[in-house]
Design a protein around this ligand. Structure first.
Ligand code: ZN
Ligand code: ZN
Length: 334
């Protein structure tokens, strides 16, 4: 049974959550649901009153729940780009130079079109199907607008945050969120009648935790000098979206990885906060996953060209590596 707890406002800088009574966490702060619940995206005006929309959502959710068992779990890349998004506005408006990747990325459906890095796990566990989102950055609304209708998604049951940058959550840490999104942290300040989600904030202490019956193991990494970010392992999938260095202890948690999703910012070199492609490939050689998908690519990464190069590594080294893209859906076993 799904019980409604509140409607959710969509904002470009904050994720939209539907919350159910399971604990989940993220590094700097952790959201979890205080009660069973379901919320709706305000993606279109459909003429229903909020109350009717709620009933309609409950009906749909329950109706689909019976069929959940037949579904396989899957991951969907909600975004695979850098903080600024691709195409970059500065490239499109430059009268002196045409950026080859950004000019391609303008075309709808082009795989160079990338929004903030984010992954949705559609988990068909022992109960009903659950949607667990990793990161919800400043462009999340636009990602959801594109991929939620496309994949028949309507709810988010848990949100896990890798780090405090704006392309991951839009706030710095729980202390900052208490200021910037105070109305979510302390709903007692709300104007009577105002509708927001009921969220419970928890802290991840780099220990394994469970979200929606799925176990997550944090993968602590460096994301710039002295700044910690978390990757996450769930099943044999390892997701590390923001990394400049991997501590030795974290490699132990990456053993027998089947699908590695790894940061690769640019084709030529690493930055102070992100792996570039050469370093990312070195890590793949060290970690030895069965399959690797890179994410977090900037506008210098041409999807087709880089993937042609990466395909050759399968022939020469046996490395199964490719760039991911927004909207990529992969069936997985969890
Ligand atoms: Zn560009
Ligand atoms: Zn970051």
């Amino acid at each position: 049974m799904v019980q409604f707890i509140g409607t959710v406002r969509v904002s470009p800088s904050l994720a939209i959550f539907a919350l159910r009574g399971r604990q989940f966490s993220f590094q700097s702060s952790l959201l979890s649901l205080s009660r069973n619940g379901l919320s709706l995206f305000s993606l279109s005006k459909n003429g229903f009153s909020p109350f009717k929309r709620i009933l309609r959502a409950c009906f749909i959710s329950n109706a689909s729940g019976n069929a959940d068992a037949q579904y396989q779990s899957e991951i969907i890349f909600m975004g695979t780009g850098t903080s600024e998004g691709i195409p970059r506005l500065s490239c499109l408006t430059n009268p002196l130079k045409k950026c080859p990747v950004c000019s391609k990325a303008v075309e709808p459906g082009n795989k160079n079109r990338r929004l903030n890095t984010s992954l949705l796990i559609r988990y068909s566990g022992p109960g009903e199907r659950r949607n667990i989102l990793i990161d919800a950055g400043k462009f999340f609304y636009h990602s959801a607008l594109q991929w939620f209708p496309a994949f028949g998604l309507r709810t988010i049951d848990a949100v896990i945050i890798t780090h405090s940058h704006a392309d991951a959550i839009g706030v710095k840490a729980i202390q900052v969120m208490k200021k910037t999104h105070y109305y979510l942290v302390d709903t007692s300040v709300l104007t009577p009648g105002a509708a927001v989600s009921e969220l419970q904030f928890n802290i991840i202490h780099e220990e394994p935790f469970v979200a929606c019956d799925l176990k997550f193991t944090p993968l602590p990494v460096w994301h710039g000098l002295g700044y910690r970010s978390l990757g996450f392992r769930f099943g044999n999938i390892c997701y590390i979206s923001d990394v400049s260095d991997i501590p030795e202890q974290t490699y132990l948690l990456l053993k027998d990885c089947e699908i590695l999703i790894l940061d690769a910012l640019r084709p030529d070199r690493s930055s102070s906060t992100h792996f570039g492609l050469p370093r990312a490939l070195d890590e793949v050689r060290k970690i030895q996953p069965k399959r690797t998908l890179f994410t977090g690519m900037m506008h210098l990464m041409d999807h087709e060209k880089v993937n042609v190069y990466l395909s050759k590594l399968l022939e020469t080294e046996g490395l199964d590596v490719q760039l991911s893209y927004d909207g990529l859906r992969i069936p997985v076993t969890l």
